[in-house]
Design a protein. Structure first.
Length: 340
């Protein structure tokens, strides 16, 4: 079966919905160099190690997992901020990994990123007007009064006063800075946004405001999100589907409600057992799954299943053979030998 562009459809793909982004066999390895002047490559950090997934137009796909599992690297590699070691990234029918120069720069107008740290992602030497207007100048979309007007419109769109255009980042709170980052991402009218933990550095009282803003913008502008996060309860609230990453690989992917009510992979079960439940009766009866040991180094992942060294139900085969990523039920994918 083929998709609308003549390519073979990815497993589990709903042919009635338009796919905006396809990721096939994506890998990103960072070389480890040693020797005199560090000229000899002695190994590699396998930050992203063979990902296959797709994102429908207009949906929000959540990407969750422990720190260091490759979530942010995945987002940056999709946008070609990091060039992939191997694999394919097809966005709006265009293969991004082969684009260079002006062709890639033109495609970047359609995909943007909201960075994690609102304090580090804004240039302190630039006014808000210059920060938001820079993409418009770089891509020669607007200049002069037209640029100023567009920047003021973007500030109002994200809930900030248009008179803030001449202020500097240090004059704003964390939540306001993140709104400025959102406005910058929206400047070129993108269709796809990678939100790299956009609320993790904010106060809890501000997190809900930013999430509500992102949802309103998605509804009004028809945006598609890859939402990277640690907060599993927030992911359940905002995401249509959720992918769980561990040590550079996706170990489970399903509709949000299905994943939270019926987690199949032992790592997903352990993650969800750590999410507090607001019902004291249910919380008292719940069984916590405490994982032993630390996450292995991505420079030297375990043989077989990446999770075998910490899995509470690991079998002999788990230490020898990597489990395939299979569709256990319609739309619910997992990689575990116990599910085969």
């Amino acid at each position: 079966m083929a998709d609308g562009n003549g390519r073979p459809a990815m497993a589990g793909q709903d042919m009635g919905r338009e796919v905006l982004l396809e990721v096939r066999g994506l890998k990103k390895y960072f070389p480890i160099n040693a020797g005199i002047l560090f000229q000899r490559e002695v190994g590699a950090i396998k930050a992203v190690d063979g990902l296959d997934f797709f994102i429908y137009k207009g949906e929000t796909l959540g990407l969750v997992g422990e720190s260091g599992c490759g979530k942010s690297t995945t987002g940056r590699t999709i946008l070609q901020l990091y060039r992939p070691t191997a694999g394919s990234v097809i966005f709006e029918g265009v293969e991004l990994t082969t684009l260079k120069g002006s062709e890639l720069r033109h495609m970047r107008r359609r995909m943007q990123m909201i960075f994690q740290d609102p304090y580090a992602s804004l240039n302190p030497r630039m006014t808000v007007g210059r920060i938001i207007g820079e993409p418009l100048e770089v891509h020669k979309v607007a200049r002069g009064k037209e640029l100023i007007k567009r920047v003021q419109e973007l500030l109002e769109l994200v809930g900030l006063n248009s008179y803030f255009i001449n202020r500097y980042p240090h004059e704003f709170s964390g939540g306001q800075r993140q709104r400025i980052g959102v406005a910058r991402a929206l400047a070129l009218n993108p269709s796809f946004i990678v939100a790299d933990e956009p609320i993790s550095a904010l106060d809890v009282s501000i997190q809900a405001q930013v999430v509500n803003l992102l949802q309103d913008l998605q509804k009004d502008l028809g945006l598609t999100y890859l939402f990277i996060a640690h907060d599993l309860s927030m992911v359940r609230h905002i995401c249509d589907r959720v992918a769980v990453m561990y040590l550079g690989k996706i170990v489970e992917l399903a509709e949000s409600e299905e994943l939270y009510t019926n987690p199949l992979q032992p790592y997903t079960q352990a993650l969800l057992s750590a999410v507090p439940v607001p019902d004291p009766v249910v919380e008292k009866k719940r069984q916590r799954i405490i994982l032993k040991g630390d996450v292995p180094s991505p420079a030297n992942p375990p043989k077989g299943c990446n999770f075998c060294t910490r899995c509470p139900v690991a079998m002999d085969i788990c230490f020898e053979t990597e489990p395939p990523f299979v569709e256990v039920s319609p739309g619910h994918w997992a990689a575990c030998h116990r599910l085969i």
